[in-house]
Write a new protein. Sequence first.
Length: 81
Amino acid sequence: MLDPALLAELERIARRSRRPTAQVIRESLERYVAEAREQEGGKLPPFVGMFAGGEDENVAERADEILREELPAHLMREREG
């Protein structure tokens, strides 16, 4: 999936900093996404993270249902205070 030279460089950086390669990759992706977000105008859309699914729920399959059930109440709470 990764270019072998890029992976070798990531592994070298991880060894030098005494961290797992996966951690170096995660941190790099987090920085990349944060920079991209700033360039695109900053914040995520306000609806991101608005609702939480249960541990055993497949939220993706139930997205429309969850929004129909919870969005009106959420909007009312926001409007009230």
